[in-house]
Structures are given as C-alpha cells and as structure tokens.
Design a protein around this ligand. Structure first.
Ligand code: TEU
Ligand code: CA
Length: 551
C-alpha cells in the first residue's frame, strides 16, 4: 500500500470554508476549528486552495508572495498551528502551487515590467505587437486575448488566464530555480503534498506561433503538454517530490490517458496523478456552450480512464472542485431525487480505482446557487464571460444569466453551509459572496444528526474504502457498457470481489447481476435505499445504487 492508494482528499476553498474572526472571509483559524468535523467524515488528507499573499484577482490563484500567507487568512503562525493540528489528528496537508503564472503585483513582475534591461525581464513572456494587435492570436482561458499591452516598454505580456496573472517564462533557468525554491520552502515547512495548478501549460512552443482558430481557446496546441514540460516537471520530481515522498497531483487540462501516463507512470519520476478534464466536458461543447447531460457519456469517459490507467497509471477521481458547478445540479438531480442521486454519485466517486477528491460541501450535496443579479457574481471568469457573450456574441442578458446559473465557478464558491443561521454558520456577518438560500435544508448541523443523511452515506463509503483493501488496490472491471442509464463495475483482488450497481436515472430500471456472478452468493453491503423483501429485488429505484460483496 502506498500514500496515494490510502489517501482520501478533501478540498478546501479557504475563502468560503469558515470565517473565524468575523470579517466575512474564510480563514486558516476557521479551518483549524473544523478539523474535528473532517476527522469525523473520515478523510485523511486536506488540499488547500491557495493561501499565499495575493491581491485576489482570482481568489489566490494570482500570487504576489509565494512564501507569505495572505493577511485575510492569517499568518505563518496560524498556518503552522493548522499543520500541527492536522498532523496530530493523522491528517496530511496538500498545498496548491500556482507556478505557471504569478500576480502582476508580484515583485518579479513589477521588476520585469520596469524595462527591457531589467534582470527579471526574461522571467515573463514579453513580445512586440503586430501593429496595434497582440503578438499572436492566442486567447485566454477567461476569454479575450491572452496578451496585454504595456506602455512602459511598448510591448505585450502573455497571460493564459486573467490580465493580472502574467505567465512565467519557464525556459529561463532562473525561473525554474525560483520555482524549485518555492517547493522546497513549503516542503521544509512540513507540507505533505502538492496540487500543481495548470502544470501542463508551463512550456510554450518556441516562436509562439498563432494557433488554429477555435470557438474558445485558440492556441492550446502550442502550449498544452509543450515541448519541455516533462523535463521541467521531472526536476521538481527528482529533487523534491520523489526524494521526500510528497504526494502530487497535477492539474492538466486537455490531456488524454496517453498524455496522462507520461506524467504519472512510476518510472517517469514526475507526479503521482493528474486531474484530467474529459468528464467535465460531458455537458458542453466548449465551456459556456451547454448541451444536455447524458449519463452514458459520463460512464464511458470514467470507464475509459479506469481501463487506460490500470497498467502503470493511477487516477485522480473527482466530480467537483472550485472551478466546476456542483455535481448534484449537473450530474444528479438537485430537486426530486437530490438525496438519492447524490448518494449514487458518491458511490461512483469513492469506489473506483484512484485517489478520490471530495470538494467542500459535496458531502452535504450542496447545489448550484442561481443568483438572479449579475452583481452577486464574484468570479473573474464569470464577469469576463458576461462581457464577451454580451458584446461579441450579442447574447441577451437573460441567456447569459442562464449560462452563469449553470456553469459559473461561483456555484462552487458560496459559503460552506454549517447551520441554518442567517449566514449559514460560515460567518456572523454578510460574507464576501452570498450564501445559498437552501442552507435551511442543506447544512452540516442537520446532516450530522440525521443517520440517513448524505453526509453519513459519505462517511460509510469512506469507511468502507478504508477498510477494504480491494477498493484501494483492486482491479476495475465494467459490465453492460451499452446501458444508457446504468453503471455496473466490479473491484477485485485475489481474495475479494465487490460489485457496484447503479441506476443513473430517475426511472425505475430492471438491472440484473452480470452472468459471471450468478452462481455466487452476493451480500448487499450498502445501498441508498432500504430494502425489504416485498420489493422485487431486480428493480432498481430512481438513482438506486447497491454495493454487493461476493461471498
Ligand atoms: O484552473 C485552470 C483551468 O483551466 C480551469 O479549471 C478553469 O478554471 C476553467 O477551465 C475556466 O473555464 C486553475 C485553477 O483551478 C483556477 O481556479 C484558476 O483560475 C486557474 O487555474 C488559473 O490559476
Ligand atoms: Ca475571516
């Protein structure tokens, strides 16, 4: 057994988790206060979204000091207390490193910008424009050109994300040294692992050629898994991650399983696992261009990754994070079958082969928020997208608001719902972003006292996964891939076999145990419904999931 097979990781978005000092903003002390809750849930790792000094143009993914703690969140002493509290409870800590770009307020960029002779000039990507136009046609992840003009030297700088997030130039050896130094600093502080933000974008093709024009994101073919990405990551791997046994997950956009293996295969000395985005595309053509969700699509993608990574590979399993709408609203049913569908999704997440990641509030079945007023949105991407869809695509206000309600990253960023109090027990004052009105129904206080809650179902699944080695190390095999509304898979070792059967729809469906198991006695270990013998056992109720053990 290894760290990655045992880990169950809970992602915290610090700004929205718990406000301990009453300023409406989540903080480190708030996280420390809630460690007993996380311990009770049963997770053994925390991943903290960035907590470094930042002007917060992108809620901390724009860092202005890699070695400082953002003042609204606490200071180095509060951070150290958090690490100690976690470790004392047997919980490990994963930090979020954003090394593709910094804030434009980082001293490195301030220097770089000051003149072409400055020693830090080459730490970022500066180019002359083409007349009044940017150096190439790349567009930003947050829409609009990936370049911003700067008067000081009459040149443009590259930013794959917001204007306030200039890309570092990893081809400069001093930048790579500085990145290594940052990783070393946090490793030495006792941090146990790292999530590496958009790490597969750090190497850009020489000459920065223009890309093929696309609906969204022109230019990706010139920097996704770029020419030197592997040697650059491998240096971090051999110098620190592998040497010091740090658990790592790379955020890698647009990767195929073949690409992913090049980052995670054991002999590569790079990372332990990566987040791919393929299943985040099941309900859209490109982000913001939404199409109906089909469960079979999701199943086929999950299955493809399970199968492809079975040999010398490992998956990072997730359905949610701070960039994605809530899975209850997206893949489940957040009205009539909220409880059942969310529990079913939980089983799919926690029982597959790989390291599961639970995003804060997912264990309560938190849902999308549906703000009616553009003024309620905070996310830089959502606000940019509104402008572009309005001005360039000429969409109506109403249509854009509908898209935001479905896709905005703010859906995942509303305050964690602890109680039914006015501000959901997150804070005593109006938080930086509005609370979801469904906090009266969906909150920790209620969920922890109800033995049948979504929270308690998560707890059971986590305990099952921890107890049964087969869920950590066993192989994965699927049955009935053709079924449009069902997902059946087994996990196997030589000693144990478990079978997970899920009805991924709101209609009752007849589902039979696959033929190869029919001779066996199958014991029902867990389900999101209670069973009595009067109901025909082959009919699966809406979103029913059953977990069987072969005896
Ligand atoms: O996200 C990178 C990324 O590509 C997406 O998840 C992105 O938010 C989405 O596709 C936009 O449509 C990472 C972080 O997770 C995200 O919060 C940051 O904003 C981004 O990098 C920049 O650091
Ligand atoms: Ca606070």
């Amino acid at each position: 057994m290894s760290v990655k097979t045992e880990a169950i990781i809970y992602q915290i978005y610090p700004r929205s988790f718990k406000d301990a000092n009453g300023d409406g903003i989540g903080d480190l002390e708030g996280i420390t206060q809630k460690i007993p809750y996380l311990k009770d849930l049963g997770v053994n790792w925390l991943w903290l979204s960035p907590i470094y000094t930042s002007p917060m143009a992108d809620n901390g993914y724009d860092i202005s000091d890699y070695k400082g703690i953002h003042s609204e969140y606490g200071d180095m002493a509060t951070f150290e207390t958090l690490v100690e509290t976690c470790h004392a409870q047997g919980i490990k800590l994963m930090m979020d490193l954003v090394l593709n770009h910094t804030s434009d307020e980082h001293p490195w960029f301030v220097e770089s910008k000051s003149g072409i002779e400055n020693p830090k000039r080459d730490w970022y990507v500066w180019r002359k424009g083409k007349g009044h136009r940017p150096p190439n046609n790349w567009t930003s992840f947050f829409t609009g050109p990936a370049w911003t003009y700067d008067q000081t030297t009459d040149m443009w700088y590259l930013h794959l994300f917001a204007k306030k997030q200039p890309d570092l130039n990893w081809d400069n050896p001093d930048v790579r040294k500085a990145a290594l130094d940052v990783v070393r600093f946090w490793s030495d502080k006792g941090v146990d692992g790292f999530r590496l933000d958009v790490i597969n974008l750090i190497s850009k093709k020489a000459g920065l050629p223009s890309g093929r024009r696309r609906l969204a994101l022109t230019g990706t073919e010139h920097y996704v898994n770029g020419p030197n990405v592997h040697p650059y990551i491998r240096t971090l791997g051999t110098e620190i991650f592998k040497k010091e046994n740090k658990l790592t997950v790379g955020e890698t956009v647009f990767v195929t399983p073949e690409d992913a293996k090049l980052y995670v295969a054991d002999d590569r000395n790079e990372l332990d696992m990566v987040f791919h985005f393929e299943h985040m595309g099941v309900d859209n053509i490109a982000k913001w261009f939404i199409k109906p969700f089909k469960p079979k699509k999701l199943k086929l993608i999950l299955d493809k990754w399970q199968t492809a990574m079975s040999d010398n590979g490992w998956n990072a399993l997730y359905l949610e994070n701070h960039d994605q709408p809530r899975s209850a609203s997206r893949f489940g049913d957040d009205t009539d079958y909220h409880d059942k569908s969310v529990k079913m999704l939980a089983a799919l997440l926690l029982l597959q082969r790989g390291t599961p990641f639970i995003y804060q509030g997912q264990e309560l079945g938190m849902t999308n928020v549906r703000f009616d007023d553009l003024k309620d949105y905070r996310d830089v991407e959502s606000l940019n997208v509104y402008q572009i869809l309005r001005k360039s695509f000429k969409l109506s206000h109403k249509r854009i608001m509908k898209k935001l309600k479905y896709m905005s990253r703010d859906n995942a960023r509303t305050p964690m719902q602890w109680t039914d109090a006015t501000f959901a027990g997150f804070s005593d004052v109006q938080p930086w972003i509005n609370v979801n009105p469904n906090k009266d129904r969906i909150n920790v206080e209620r969920a922890t006292t109800d033995s049948d809650s979504i929270f308690n179902f998560y707890k059971k699944l986590i305990a099952l996964r921890q107890k049964e080695v087969v869920f950590q190390e066993g192989s994965y095999q699927t049955y009935d891939l053709k079924g449009r509304h069902t997902y059946i898979f087994a996990r196997k070792t030589e000693l144990e076999t478990y079978l997970v059967m899920a009805n991924f729809s709101k209609k009752p469906r007849v589902m039979r145990i696959p033929p190869s198991f029919r001779e066996n006695v199958m014991e029902l270990v867990l389900s999101n419904y209670t069973h009595n013998l009067k109901t025909p056992f082959d009919v699966y109720k809406p979103y029913e999931v059953r977990i069987y053990r072969k005896i």
